[in-house]
Design a protein around this ligand. Structure first.
Ligand SMILES: C[S@@+](CC[C@H](N)C(=O)[O-])C[C@H]1O[C@@H](n2cnc3c(N)ncnc32)[C@H](O)[C@@H]1O
Length: 483
């Protein structure tokens, strides 16, 4: 039992006035009842109770399914997860009172899903992930509609300050910045860090192995081992230049035939030109936000015989909202009929930017990085969203030597020196998204075909790919395996 387990207080249902102390006593009764699975008391306390603390105004009610211990931050759902009581988890989540799935405790900042995971309650973990994913999808839809109709700030993420009277650690605050492109950004002298005006890191050198793995999955299928003359064209689109790590790896190791880079920040663009990126083989730099550039490019190419499409697309921007990434996904997968750019009145169909059927898409997976459970839910949400666009997503597990979290760790403190907040918290597994067209969705053969089938036009054999990646990444001491 952890030190955060609440003291058991005998239930005293009848009370006249509710001070904060009294309220917390009831919260603790609720926690104790959850601990021993006393469903009668849980139902009693879970039914809505008037809070007489608020000037006898009966419209103020306390819902004890949703309360957290004022000292520890432990919630009924966390206790239910800790003891592995699935029926109780369902009651707390499905009851109209709805216990929040994403509340975190004070001392460890763990959510209910962490309590279930730590105690290996796998059935509960699965239930919570499904529940949280559905709830995020619904909330996201509602929020996006509100954004369209009410023109509200598109940020459901936590801003600075307090949440439920608890200060939100800097690392957990929203990293969306509407003014990022107006800020000055600075490269350090050895070009290993790019920071913005708030001293937040836009990109850091420690991510190189991650970028190497991304570059590899984007273009490896276009290379024919031992027979370079049989290599396929390698058309790649990268959104966000940063330190140019992935673009350098692409150039040096994968030699793209066409290499588009979209970059919106003027300081970064200046650096690209200074370093001669406009002169590199196959490179086209598009200066501007992808939101403006890509529709223009698509329009310009509509009706031309050379539709603009890419075998590999990588997305890694900064300070944007997850809704932007959702918009990006729609943009690269849309088949549209537009008026032709040749001046005639005829219409042309343009193919999606992600080449069909074998194009590969990936993005830097920094989704909800400060909590593994939230990260898992966020990955699941994106996977479902991509699924509706006809794409399959798998998350490849990469072992990385990420800068550790501890202030006592010398390497870690050196890595983060001068950086206002860490955006990675010592997790040494990176879940690399590999996104492909769903072959059934686009009317092709399914993926699970016999590997002895010698149809040259088939998608590659996954087993060999894994071996290649393991070898490559092992060389750099960064193992990677399938999930
Ligand atoms: C994290 S860095 C990219 C790092 C890069 N993957 C590398 O390997 O070095 C993000 C970059 O995206 C750029 N960016 C941010 N918003 C953008 C947008 N809407 N369109 C294009 N680029 C954007 C930033 O200026 C920054 O250079």
């Amino acid at each position: 039992m952890s030190s955060t387990t609440p003291t058991i207080i005998l239930p005293t249902r009848h009370y006249q006035s509710t001070t904060d102390n009294d309220m917390n006593a009831i919260v603790r009764q609720m926690l104790a009842a959850c601990q021993c699975g006393d469903i009668k008391i849980i139902h009693e306390l879970g039914s809505i109770i008037p809070n007489n603390n608020n000037n006898n105004n009966d419209s103020n009610f306390v819902n004890y399914y949703c309360q957290q211990d004022s000292e520890t931050g432990i919630s009924p759902l966390m206790v239910a997860c800790q003891v592995g009581n699935l029926p109780l988890v369902k009651t707390l989540l499905d009851d109209p009172c709805r216990a929040p799935w994403n509340a975190v405790c004070r001392h460890y900042r763990k959510c209910a899903g962490d309590y279930a995971t730590d105690n290996e309650r796998w059935e509960i973990v699965q239930y919570l992930v499904d529940w949280a994913t559905r709830s995020e999808l619904i909330l996201g839809t509602i929020h996006k509609q509100a954004r369209v109709f009410n023109d509200i700030e598109p940020d459901r993420q936590k801003k600075g300050g307090n949440y439920n009277n608890i200060p939100i650690p800097l690392e957990e605050q929203s990293s969306t910045k509407v003014d990022y492109l107006q800020q000055k950004v600075t490269y350090n002298s050895d070009n290993t860090t790019l920071i913005d005006e708030d001293k937040d890191a836009v990109m850091m050198e420690w991510e190189r192995p991650i970028m190497k793995a991304h570059a590899q999955i984007l273009l490896e299928d276009c290379i024919v081992k031992d027979n370079p003359s049989a290599n396929k064209p390698r058309r790649v689109l990268n959104i966000g230049f940063g330190l140019g790590i992935i673009d350098t790896i692409l150039q040096e190791e994968w030699k793209p035939t066409i290499h588009y880079i979209v970059e919106a920040h003027p300081d970064v663009y200046r650096k690209m030109i200074h370093d001669g990126w406009d002169q590199k083989p196959g490179v086209t730099i598009c200066f501007g936000r992808w939101q403006d550039i890509l529709p223009r490019l698509l329009l310009a190419h509509a009706g031309m015989n050379n539709n603009l499409e890419f075998d590999g697309i990588f997305f890694d921007t900064y300070a944007e909202h997850s809704y932007d990434m959702e918009d990006f996904h729609k943009l690269i997968t849309t088949t549209a009929t537009t008026s032709c750019s040749d001046g005639s009145s005829s219409t042309c169909t343009r193919t999606p930017l992600l080449a069909k059927p074998f194009g590969i898409y990936s993005f830097f997976n920094g989704l909800a990085p400060d909590n593994l459970f939230f990260h898992g839910v966020a990955c699941n949400v994106v996977k479902l969203q991509l699924g509706t666009l006809g794409l399959d997503t798998e998350f490849l597990q990469c072992q990385i030597t990420a800068p550790a979290n501890s202030v006592h760790d010398v390497i870690s403190s050196k890595t983060w020196e001068g950086i206002r907040r860490k955006y990675w918290h010592g997790r040494d597994v990176y879940y690399l998204p590999k996104v492909t067209w769903n072959q059934e969705f686009i009317g092709r053969k399914t993926k699970n075909r016999n590997i002895n089938d010698n149809d040259n036009d088939d998608i590659h054999n996954n087993k060999n790919d894994d071996d290649n990646m393991m070898m490559d990444i092992d060389n750099d001491n960064h193992k990677r395996q399938r999930r």
